[in-house]
Design a protein around this ligand. Structure first.
Ligand code: URA
Ligand code: CA
Length: 441
C-alpha cells in the first residue's frame, strides 16, 4: 500500500478501508510520508467528506497512534467533559470538584490556551505552587485517593492529531466536520474515560459561529463517539458573550472559587451545574438530570465542592488557602474601573475580540512557546440585554501597566456594542444532542 494509491482512491470518492485509514494516521504520527501527501489527503477529506464508518476508523486510528490511558484501576464510571473552547469558560474548575464531591471520580486531562480561548492548565498554574504535570501513576493514585485530578496529558496522546492539526491550520482544512470530529474524539478516547459530555459552543467566540453548524458538529460528534463505543451527549451552549464575568487566568480561578463558596452565581454557575449534571447521569449516579443538578447544588451549598477543590490543589502541590482567601492569587499592579460612557442596551459582544483583548494584556499566548502573566485580564460588569447609563460600570481592568490598561480599554469598547433598542438576554443553552435525538432549546 502506498500513500499515492490511497490518494487516488479518495480522489475518486471511494470510501477508504480500515487498513488505508490506519496507514494514513500512522504515517502522520511517524512522519513516514511527506507533508504534501498528508496535506493532499486533508484537502480531499475537506472537499469530499467521509462516511461515518471512515470517520470512526480515522478516530480510532488517531487514538491508537499514541498512548491510551488505562483508568481501570479507578473504581466506578469515569466521565470526561470536553468544551470546544470559549472565553471566560471555567466550567472544569467548578464542576470537577462538585462532581467528585458527589462520589463520581473525575480523571481529567486538560489543555492550554491558544488564540482567544483560555486553557484550564494555565488557569490552574496561576495558583501558587500548583503542578499540572503529573506522572500517570501520580494521576491515577490521586483520583483513587481524593476522587479528582485535573492535569496535562500524562502520555503521548494522539500524536497523529498534533501533526494533522498543524497541517490543517496552514491548508485551510480546519473547518471539516470529519477532521474536527476525529481530532476531538481521538484525544478524548485516548484519555480513557467511559463516557463523555461535550460542550459545543456557538456564537461570536466559538469554532462554529451559528447554531446550525454547531448542531451539525454536535450530531456528528455524538454519532461517531457512540459508534466508537462511548456513551456521549452534547450540549450546544452560547458563546455570544464570555461565559463567566472574569477573563484572565487568576481572575477565572477567583470566579470559580467565588461560585463554589456561594458568593457568586450567573451563567458560569448555571452552565457548570448543567454539564456536571449530565456527567452524574452518564455515570449512573442518578436517573434524571433534575436530580443530578439538585445533588450538585447540595454539594455546593454544603461547601463539599470547595473542600474538594482545596484537596485537589493541595494534592497537586498548590496552596489550598486560596480557597479561603482569593487575595493569595496573583494580583495585577494596575486596577482600573471603566464605565459605559453612553446610554442604551448592551446588544452585542464580539467574544473572540474580548478574548484577544485579554491575550493582548498578557493573559494568553500568540505562539505555543510564549509565557503568560497569570494576574492580568478583566472583570465584565455588563451582560447582553442590560440597560446602561454613561456612569454604569462596564468592567474592571487588571493590567501590568497603565498603557496596557488603555489599550485593553479601547479594545473592549470596540468589542461591546451599546444600541438604542432593548434586546433580549443571551441564552446559555441552544441545543441538546443525544444518540436518539437532537433538539433546539
Ligand atoms: N479542537 C480540536 O481539538 N480539534 C479540532 O479540529 C477543532 C477543535
Ligand atoms: Ca498508558
Amino acid at each position: 500500500m502506498t500513500m499515492l494509491e490511497i490518494l487516488e482512491k479518495k480522489k475518486l470518492g471511494k470510501p477508504l478501508s480500515r487498513a488505508e485509514i490506519r496507514f494514513f494516521a500512522q504515517a502522520a504520527a511517524e512522519h513516514t510520508v511527506p507533508d504534501y501527501q498528508l496535506a493532499a489527503m486533508l484537502m480531499a477529506i475537506r472537499l469530499l467528506g467521509m462516511t461515518d464508518e471512515e470517520t470512526v476508523e480515522l478516530t480510532l486510528a488517531m487514538r491508537d497512534s499514541g498512548d491510551v490511558a488505562d483508568l481501570s484501576s479507578i473504581p466506578g464510571v469515569k466521565v470526561d467533559k470536553h468544551s470546544t473552547g470559549g472565553v471566560g469558560d471555567t466550567t472544569t474548575l467548578v464542576l470537577a470538584p462538585l462532581v467528585a464531591a458527589c462520589g463520581v471520580p473525575v480523571a481529567k486531562m486538560s489543555g492550554r490556551g491558544l488564540g482567544h480561548t483560555g486553557g484550564t492548565l494555565d488557569k490552574m498554574e496561576s495558583i501558587p505552587g500548583m503542578r499540572v504535570a503529573l506522572t500517570e501513576e501520580e494521576f491515577l493514585r490521586q483520583v483513587r485517593e481524593i476522587g479528582v485530578a485535573v492535569v496535562g496529558q500524562t502520555g503521548r496522546l494522539a500524536p497523529a492529531d498534533k501533526v494533522l492539526y498543524a497541517l490543517r491550520d496552514v491548508t485551510s482544512t480546519v473547518d471539516s466536520i470529519p477532521l474536527i470530529v476525529s481530532s476531538i474524539l481521538s484525544k478524548k478516547l485516548a484519555a480513557g474515560s467511559d463516557a463523555i459530555v461535550l460542550d459545543v459552543k456557538a456564537g461570536s467566540g466559538a469554532i462554529m459561529r451559528d447554531l446550525d453548524s454547531s448542531l451539525l458538529l454536535a450530531e456528528n460528534l455524538v454519532r461517531v463517539a457512540t459508534l466508537a463505543g462511548k456513551p456521549t451527549i452534547a450540549l450546544i451552549s452560547g458563546m455570544d458573550q464570555p461565559l463567566g464575568t472574569h477573563v484572565g487566568n487568576a481572575l477565572e480561578v477567583r470566579e470559580a472559587i467565588d461560585i463554589l463558596s456561594g458568593r457568586a452565581g450567573g451563567d458560569l454557575k448555571e452552565v457548570s451545574l448543567t454539564l456536571g449534571g449530565y456527567m452524574l447521569v452518564l455515570a449512573g449516579k442518578v436517573e434524571t438530570h433534575e436530580e443530578a443538578v439538585a445533588m450538585l447544588e447540595r454539594a455546593l451549598g454544603s461547601g463539599a465542592g470547595l473542600k474538594k477543590l482545596a484537596q485537589m490543589i493541595a494534592a497537586q502541590g498548590g496552596d489550598p488557602r486560596v480557597c479561603e482567601d482569593v487575595s493569595l492569587l496573583p494580583q495585577a499592579p494596575v486596577q482600573k474601573q471603566i464605565t459605559c460612557g453612553q446610554s442604551g442596551y448592551v446588544s452585542r459582544m464580539d467574544t473572540a475580540a474580548l478574548g484577544m483583548a485579554a491575550q493582548g494584556m498578557g493573559a494568553g499566548r500568540l505562539r505555543a512557546e510564549d509565557g503568560i502573566d497569570y494576574s492580568v485580564g478583566f472583570v465584565l460588569q455588563v451582560r447582553i440585554g442590560d440597560r446602561v447609563e454613561p456612569d454604569t460600570p462596564l468592567c474592571v481592568l487588571h493590567a501590568r501597566t497603565e498603557a496596557d490598561a488603555d489599550r485593553a480599554e479601547a479594545a473592549i469598547r470596540r468589542a461591546i456594542t451599546v444600541g438604542g433598542e432593548p434586546c433580549g438576554r443571551a441564552k446559555n443553552f441552544l441545543g441538546l444532542v443525544t444518540k436518539d435525538m437532537a433538539v433546539r432549546l
